[in-house]
Design a binder for this molecule. Sequence first.
Ligand code: DGL
Length: 270
Amino acid sequence: MPSENLLGEKPLLFFDTGVGGLSVLKESRLLLPNAPFIYAADYAGLPYGMKSEAELASRIPAILGRLVERYQPEIVTIACNTASTIALEHVRSALDLPVVGTVPAIKPASQISKTGTIGLLGTKATIRQPYVDRLAAEFAADKKLIRFGAPELVYAAEAKLKNENPDMAVIRAAADGLISQDGGDEIDTIILACTHFPLVKEELQSVINRPIEFVDGAKGIAKRIAHLTEHLKWPRETHRNIFVTTSELEKVLPFEASLLKYGLSHFETL
Ligand code: DGL
């Protein structure tokens, strides 16, 4: 058992391909406002949702290994459903520190849904994962789970964080991809199984003509991180929270204003 009130000096590291993981970071900052953090985006690898399992299973542990070596974090949070459902176990066996994953929030959605018909919106890679089949079998065996892969929605969220207008045709196509399937009219709950998607939740609701409960894993992840670090006392002074990208720096400059709102004030390349 770790001793109480050790000073929390090591940062919490969040990892995604782009700005999607900010939806996870946001909830964690609300719970742990004094924790220092690093936000890492593998822009050189975006989109993960269109890559093969084999490629991601080797790419993700390699990049996280370099990030851990450079930033020596307390915990790694994979703030990406695609990366977590494919590479979580590979990352855990490669790294010698706690790794928190982001997986589709099928359990909470199942508890919320009244009609028993749930939509699951993710990347094409995520929705075909056996990990998702296992979650569905364990937590939603008595529910109808309708899946749809919406890779373009990742770019709509990226655009929004560049202060551009997200393409509403893309938003509509993602919603229709669920609703137009057999039984889709009964959907009352939609799992946002890609961390980019909560960033365009309002837009998604605006194209569906009935109220929908949108569910994602961010609050649960924040609680998990808080639990894993409860023996630490976070410093009071403000930190230089870093945004690090695997791409050239120019690529992330259009996000600067949004990143500042998430407490990210310093930009680096890996
Ligand atoms: N944000 C990632 C996720 O949660 C996907 C983005 C991508 O396809 O790179 O799945």
